[in-house]
Design a binder for this molecule. Structure first.
Ligand code: AMP
Length: 285
C-alpha cells in the first residue's frame, strides 16, 4: 500500500479517515501507532517502525524538525533533511501515514502555552540544553493531539526524553500507551544517530569511546566502579569534549547514591568535533 503523506493538519484529518483509524481499539489490537521523528531516518527509526507494526494495525510516522527543542546555538538550521529518502524508508517498512507539517502549520504565531518538563527537565540533558525537554514535550503532546494514536513508540537512545514522555502521560492523563524500543548500534558499538553523518573519519573514531565507556562501566558492579571505569575510557580520548557522564535513577534522572539497588542508567553526552552526541545503557545494581 502507498504511504499517505499529510503536509498539514487538514491533510492529516483526511489521511486518518482514509486509513480508517478512528482512535479506537478493535479486537485487542491498537489501531494506530505513532513513531515521532525528526527525519533523516536510519536503522534505529526503522526498528521503532517495526515495533509499532507489532502494536497496531496502522503505523504513522511524523517527520518534523521541531524548532522549539533547539537552543539558539544548536544545529536547527543544519539538521539533516532527507525527506524523499525518508518516504522510501517508510514505504519499505509498511508505514501507512507520514505526517510532515511545516513549523508554521504546527505553531501559531502568537502561541503562548507549552508543557513544562518540571524538575526532571532541568537535570542531565536539561542542564546542558535549557528548555529542550519543554520543547520536546510540547511537540509530542501536539503530535498526540493531532495524530491521535493509541500507541506511541520512542527509542531508549533518548532515555531521558522517553522517561519524560512517560511522566507527561502519567501526570496529564494523556490517553496514549508509550512503548520504548532498544538502541540500535553499528557493529562496532556506535549508537545510530541522524547526527552521525556530520562526523569526519577522525571524529567517528573518537565518538566510539562513548559506547566503549558505557560498556566498560556496565561490566562493573557498584556505582563508584561503574563511574570510574567509564570515565577512564573517556579520559583516554582527548578529542571528546564531555558534557556529562552520569549514573542516574531511570525515573528521575537524579544521580544514584552508593546504596542504590535495581536499575540505573549510565548516560553520556559529549561533543566530538562540532557534533554533540548522547548515548546510554541500563545497568542493574
Ligand atoms: P530523532 O529523529 O533523532 O528525534 O529520533 C526519533 C526517535 O528515534 C526517538 O524516539 C529516538 O529515541 C529514536 N532513535 C534515535 N536513534 C535511535 C537508535 N539508534 N536506536 C533506536 N531508536 C533511536
Amino acid at each position: 500500500m502507498d504511504v499517505i503523506v499529510a503536509r498539514n493538519r487538514a491533510e492529516l484529518a483526511e489521511a486518518r479517515r482514509a486509513l480508517g483509524a478512528h482512535g479506537g481499539i478493535s479486537g485487542g489490537t491498537a489501531e494506530l501507532a505513532l513513531v515521532p521523528t525528526m527525519g533523516a531516518l536510519h536503522e534505529g527509526h526503522r526498528s521503532l517502525m517495526r515495533l509499532a507494526r507489532e502494536q497496531a494495525d496502522h503505523v504513522a510516522v511524523s517527520v518534523f524538525v521541531n524548532p522549539l527543542q533547539f537552543g539558539p546555538n544548536e544545529d536547527f538550521s543544519r539538521y539533516p533533511r532527507t525527506f524523499d529518502a525518508d518516504l522510501e524508508v517508510c514505504a519499505a517498512e509498511g508505514v501507512g501515514l507520514v505526517f510532515a507539517p511545516s513549523a508554521d502549520d504546527m505553531y501559531l504565531p502568537d502561541r503562548q502555552v507549552g508543557v513544562s518538563a518540571g524538575r526532571m527537565g532541568t537535570v542531565a540533558e536539561g542542564a546542558f540544553r535549557p528548555g529542550h525537554l519543554d520543547g520536546v514535550l510540547t511537540v509530542v503532546l501536539k503530535l498526540f493531539n493531532l495524530v491521535r494514536p493509541d500507541v506511541a513508540v520512542f527509542g531508549r537512545k533518548d532515555a531521558q526524553q522517553l522517561a519524560m514522555i512517560r511522566r507527561m502521560v502519567a501526570d496529564l492523563d494523556v490517553p496514549v500507551a508509550v512503548v520504548g524500543g532498544p538502541t540500535v548500534r553499528e557493529a562496532d558499538g556506535l549508537a545510530l544517530s541522524s547526527r552521525n553523518r556530520y562526523l569526519s573519519g577522525d571524529d567517528r573514531r573518537a565518538a566510539l569511546s562513548l559506547s566503549r565507556a558505557l560498556f566498560a562501566g556496565a561490566e562493573r558492579r557498584t556505582p563508584a566502579e561503574i563511574r570510574r571505569a567509564a570515565r577512564e575510557v573517556l579520559d583516554g580520548e582527548p578529542a571528546v569534549s564531555l558534557d556529562y557522564l552520569i549514573l542516574v535513577d531511570p525515573a528521575t534522572f537524579e544521580e544514584v547514591g552508593d546504596d542504590h539497588e535495581g536499575e540505573a542508567i549510565l548516560a553520556v553526552a559529549a561533543k566530538v568535533g562540532s557534533t554533540r552526541l548522547i548515548d546510554n545503557v541500563t545497568v542493574t545494581l
